[in-house]
Design a protein around this ligand. Structure first.
Ligand code: IVH
Length: 698
């Protein structure tokens, strides 16, 4: 029996509250971040109630991490998943006028437009909300999903139906199937009313309208969502059975969205050039606080749909649109302490622990300090009063120190030359800004970060294995290497007995692991966490080498920088000698090879060729472009070739399949002939590339 709150001494109450707060935070994390709750809804509610009772009796003893102050009471089960048939993209950001001018220039160049050719851009407010995709089949709303990671989102159909300005039926005429993309948001006024009500009822308030919208949409009980005054703006399409050319411009698409019954994000404007875009931006920046909703910038979209299609995407963002963000918001606060975090490649990153301060509606208590030189350059010291800023989703930064407020006894910060996690020497290589721990795999921080990277969303994406669990299991020697993840099933019973785990959550985790025994080669490569090998580079490598075995052999051979293997590696467009050296260095370490070999006994890395969805005459071919192309820019030709499954290389080798020769071609054409590689004229290339490109969001 637990004692009634009234009969507890203050000391007992404080201890009980701290303990409960910790448990609640633990279960919140299991639910929200790991999607793997291990207690029932009712059990969770009991914890919350016990805490609330204590807090009412001893309000002054509430711990720092007071769960009552946190946003979004966590429901107990998850949403089902929805795979987007057309991925939901994000946008690249522009921060300066120059970034915008570059965006316009890039488009002109890519499309090879003469200077006299007029351009048109649709400029729209960028609403700070939660993006969603609404699917209409024969005009009826059949499914709604959040963006998620862009490929898979959460099924929020029931909740979306409660949003007042989301039509349940489209006004005719409409295509058989159409996905409407847009933003779910809250007006500022509605947000404040909502928070005032919550405060009056003793409920935690939301930090900003975006959080409030997200928290409201993620309610499992849609009657709660219905009680929130959410709204929806439409701005793009996903899958549709109609032809793109039905809406030749963004402007005509907007008219269509309005005709179907959607609200649009206004004020929008058609702009012809950089000057007009910037004019719109500055006007909106002025008026921003007079708008009924929060915006964090504006979005520029090239108006013509056929040009959008030609421009296509890079990674997850279209080339034809950009978000121009408003300037960062700043605040002053005290820097309490500088702590050092150790990353997966051993990099020591300094982080400022701040006295919590509100910047642009969000409470900030940490800021990045980048590296040793940055601290020295700005002479940042513990105890200083500093100006911090945050821009959009960027991690807050320390801008400068207020020297007038510096304490007399303050001393310059001295950066550690040993790893704070494992005590190994931390060194700076010549010319590098970063100091790295030399502890390698004996360093717990590096080992845990690497494992964390391995299981992260864009790598192996193993749900239920968050940072905390990885750390615990690593410490208990159950996860010495990535391969050990696939042997966790041998410890099923022991795992289920661990505190905070339980049989159900272990079963879910082991299922998630089993589902990852086959992995596309590019994700497999990315997961290895090789320095400088991000998703894009991993894709290039997978495409170029096709199989894990071929890649492994080639990287071992490339150790010799005179070898054909090295030349082949560095001939891959966008892989220069620095990146190549990091990749080769990874294979130069015997423990990495054993990690890799151990892993291949557990996981089947799918050959890249088998992953491609549609075969084209260019699938798997390596192409080199040389000379000036007249019909399209080099960038467009490259993007086109890649969209058809080819790899574009920078230099000709025996592995080249085609060399496309434009005007004034130089030595590469001659080299191609020498090596017996097929040479194509621009016209022949255009004919070869003439199948339609895959369609994206627009
Ligand atoms: S267009 C392919 N237009 O901003 C283009 N996005 O930072 C897809 N957003 O994921 C997006 N207002 O959630 C577009 N007027 C607007 C927007 C907007 C807000 C969001 C959207 C997107 C994110 C990218």
């Amino acid at each position: 029996m637990t004692k009634q709150s009234q009969t507890l001494t203050p000391l007992e109450a404080a201890a009980a509250m701290a303990e409960l707060a910790q448990q609640i935070a633990h279960h919140d994390a299991l639910y929200h971040q790991k999607d793997a709750p291990d207690i029932s809804d009712a059990e969770y509610d009991t914890l919350r109630e016990r805490y609330r009772a204590l807090r009412e009796a001893f309000p002054h003893l509430a711990p720092q991490d007071d769960p009552e102050k946190k946003v979004g009471a966590a429901p107990a089960a998850g949403f089902s998943k929805v795979t987007h048939s057309v991925p939901m993209l994000s946008l690249n950001n522009a921060f300066t006028d120059e970034d915008v001018a570059d965006f316009v220039t890039r488009i002109r160049k890519f499309l090879n437009l003469p200077d006299a050719e007029p351009l048109a851009f649709m400029a729209e407010p960028k609403i700070d909300g939660l993006s969603a995709s609404l699917r209409y089949e024969r005009g009826r709303l059949t499914q709604a999903a959040t963006r998620g990671d862009g490929t898979t989102g959460e099924n929020i159909t029931a909740n979306a139906r409660t949003i007042r300005n989301v039509p349940h039926e489209l006004r005719a005429p409409f295509p058989d199937v159409v996905d409407i993309r847009g933003e779910i948001y809250l007006n500022r006024h509605d947000f404040m009313t909502l928070n005032a009500t919550r405060e009056a009822e003793g409920e935690p308030v939301f930090a900003n309208p975006r959080n409030a919208a997200a928290g409201s949409v993620r309610q499992l009980d849609s009657s709660i969502t219905a009680a929130r005054p959410l709204k929806f703006f439409a701005y793009a399409l996903g899958e549709r059975t109609a032809q793109a050319s039905d809406w030749p411009t963004q402007q005509s698409l907007r008219r269509q969205l309005a005709a179907w019954g959607f609200d649009l994000n206004e004020p929008s404007r058609l702009c012809a050039d950089t000057a007009e875009l910037l004019g719109y931006y500055h006007e909106l920046e002025e008026r921003r606080h007079a708008l009924p909703f929060d915006i964090d910038g504006v979005v520029y979209k090239l108006d013509r749909a056929d040009w959008q299609e030609r421009l296509g995407f890079v990674s997850r963002a279209p080339r034809w649109a950009i978000a121009h963000k408003f300037a960062a918001e700043q605040a002053e606060t005290k820097l309490l302490q500088i702590i050092i975090q150790v990353g997966r490649t051993g990099a020591l990153t300094p982080v400022a622990v701040l006295e919590p301060v509100t910047v642009g509606g969000v409470v900030v208590s940490r800021a990045t300090l980048h590296n040793e030189d940055e601290i020295a350059r700005k002479d940042i010291r513990e105890g200083d009063v500093v100006k911090i800023q945050r821009a959009g989703d960027v991690i807050p930064q320390v801008v400068e120190v207020d020297l007038k407020q510096r304490a007399a006894e303050s001393v310059p910060y001295s950066f550690p030359d040993h790893c704070p996690e494992c005590g190994s020497l931390a060194v700076r290589e010549d010319g590098m800004a970063v100091r790295r721990c030399t502890g390698g795999l004996i360093c717990p921080a590096q080992a845990v970060e690497r494992l964390g990277h391995f299981v992260s969303r864009n790598a192996f994406n193993i749900e239920g294995l968050g940072d905390q669990r990885v750390r615990e299991l690593w410490q208990d020697k159950l996860l010495a290497s990535p391969a050990a993840i696939f042997r966790l099933h041998e410890h099923r019973e022991a795992l289920a007995k661990r505190e905070g785990w339980g049989e159900k959550s272990v079963a879910k985790l082991l299922d998630a692991i089993e589902a990852r025994r086959v992995m596309p080669l590019d994700r497999f490569i990315f997961a290895l966490g090789i320095r400088q090998v991000g998703e894009a580079t991993a894709k290039l490598l997978a495409k170029h080498y096709r199989s894990l075995a071929a890649w492994r052999d080639a990287m071992l051979a490339a150790h010799d920088e005179e070898s054909e293997a090295w030349r082949d590696l560095t001939s891959i467009d966008q892989i220069g000698p620095l990146v190549a050296r990091d990749i080769v260095a990874f294979f130069g370490e015997s423990h990495n090879l054993s990690v890799l070999d151990e892993l291949t006994r557990e996981v089947n890395a799918q050959d890249a060729a088998n992953v491609a969805t549609t075969e084209t005459p260019l699938t798997g071919k390596t192409i080199v472009f040389t000379g000036t192309l007249t019909g399209m820019s080099r960038a467009e030709a490259k993007a086109k070739a890649e969209s058809l499954g080819a790899t574009v290389a920078g230099s000709v080798s025996k592995k080249t399949d085609y060399v496309v020769v434009g005007e004034d071609a130089g030595t590469k054409a001659a080299k191609a002939k020498d090596l017996g590689v097929t040479v194509l004229s621009e016209a022949e290339w255009t004919a070869l590339a003439e199948s339609p490109p895959p369609r994206g969001e627009g």
